[in-house]
Each structure stands twice: as C-alpha cells, then as structure tokens.
Write a protein of this length. Structure first.
Length: 267
C-alpha cells in the first residue's frame, strides 16, 4: 500500500513539474561563403527552464540537406554545429533554411526554425518587399502574405514558407505575378500537425526572383499562434501515461526495498 501511495505522489510531483517546464530554443545561422562551397554555423541556445533532448538541426540550401548529430541542451546552454554545403553555380542572394527538432522530458517532439540570406558573388538588389499578417490558427487556416515589386518591370516571383514541423514544415506557395505599384497577395494553407493550443511560432516566407544572370531572394518573417489544435490522440497519450506510471511504481518499490535494507542494517 505504501508503495502505491509513494508512486502516486511521485506521479503528481512529476506532472506538476512538467506543467511548469518550458523549452525555448534560439536558433542563429552564421553563414560564410568559400571558394568551393558555403559553410554555416548553426548555434542553438536553450533559454527555457527544462532540458531539450535529441536536438538535431536540419539545414537546407539550394536542394542540399544536411543533418547534425543529436545533442542534449540543458537550460541556459548552447551548442554549435558546423555544416558544409555546395556553392551554387550562379551568383546571387540565396536563402539558407534551418529546422531544429527536439524532444521534451516526455519525449514529445517539437521544432524551431530560422533563416538567413547568403550572398554568393555579385548579388543584385532584391527589389521586393512585403509583409506577413499574423495568423491565429484554428486547426486549419491560411497565411496571408503581401508582396510589393519595386522593380520597374513586371516580374514573376516564386514563394514558399518555412514552418515548424508541427505546422507542416517547408511548403511551396507557387508563383506570384508582381506588377510595379500594385501589391500582390499570396494565401498559403497551414494546418496543425501536432502543435499545442496556446503555442506561438515564428515562420519565414521566402520570396525569390530570377534574372538572366543571377538569383535573388528576400525573407518575410511572420508569426502563427495556435488557438485550437487537432483532437488529442488519447490512445498515444494513455500509453505514455501507463509507461510513466509503471516506471514510477518500479522506482517506488526499489526505494522501499532500499529503505527496508537500511533499517535492517541499523537494527
């Protein structure tokens, strides 16, 4: 009976601690251009109050994808990953995209995103600006993007959005016909894929343009706040709870056995 009470008390303490735990990762990209490639340092800092497990960066650059080795980040700690990527064949300004995945103490998966622009050779002026309307996401929604073409000639641009994995990851948004002096709008569908209600995420919209000689791009940052998530997968949640409860019972039994042994040795 005592072991059951101890296990139940331990479970209550564990759940209370979990409710106060939080992980917030800051992701910084530090790219460098070399004669034979493009390198970047992916710097991740945990400014939360709980440890982040299995922290893995995934870097995308012009069709190349590189993954870093998993690390554990304690609160307040940071880690650098060095990534090497191929140099694009044409001069221009290119988007460098990173998604950092991690698990919390209950091994629930989350991610954070970051992006930077890399100038390779002679990068022409972008001539594109715009904004992303903040989105309150109710399971499904659409991210509204406004694009302004400052070039004197009409241009056909391409757009995409870097989302956390919980919101679907990278998505192509297709082509945008941008006429000078007339803002163009893009509507990008977004859906919850494991994000929790009440969570807020930073996203990066990438707008690109091609000329005869070079590539160019710009980044438009945005924010998505999840106000309602998909129905809870109770089967998975109950399985996780059962495993955690079983572990706590074992720990309680071992603790009581050690206590009995200690009492016998003191008798």
């Amino acid at each position: 009976m005592l072991s059951r009470v101890a296990a139940a008390a331990a479970l209550v303490v564990l759940l209370a601690a979990a409710s106060r735990a939080a992980i917030t990762l800051d992701v910084t990209l530090l790219p460098t251009v070399k004669a034979d490639g493009v390198g970047t340092v992916v710097r991740v800092r945990n400014r939360g109050n709980d440890a982040a497990n299995d922290v893995i960066p995934r870097v995308r650059f012009e069709g190349a994808v590189r993954n870093g080795l998993p690390e554990k980040l304690l609160p307040g700690k940071s880690h650098d990953w060095t990534v090497e990527l191929p140099r694009p064949p044409r001069d221009g300004r290119y988007p460098l995209l990173a998604t950092v995945s991690y698990n919390d103490g209950g091994y629930r998966g989350y991610s954070a995103v970051s992006a930077a622009l890399v100038d390779v050779g002679q990068a022409p002026p972008v001539g594109v600006r715009g904004s992303v309307t903040p989105l309150a996401l109710d399971v499904e929604g659409r991210l509204a993007v406004t694009v302004q073409n400052d070039d004197p000639a009409p241009r056909r641009l391409t757009a995409g959005v870097l989302l956390p994995d919980e919101l679907g990851g990278w998505q192509d948004a297709g082509r945008v016909d941008a006429v000078p002096g007339k803002p163009a709008t893009v509507s990008i569908p977004v859906q919850v894929h494991g994000a929790l209600a009440g969570s807020s995420y930073g996203v990066q919209v990438v707008v690109r343009a091609s000329t005869a000689d070079a590539e160019t791009a710009t980044l438009l940052p945005g924010t998505i706040r999840v106000v309602a998530a998909a129905p809870v997968d109770w089967k998975t949640r109950l399985r996780q709870l059962a495993i955690a409860t079983a572990v706590l019972f074992v720990v309680a039994e071992v603790g009581l056995a050690v206590l009995r042994w200690w009492r016998r040795t003191q008798a």
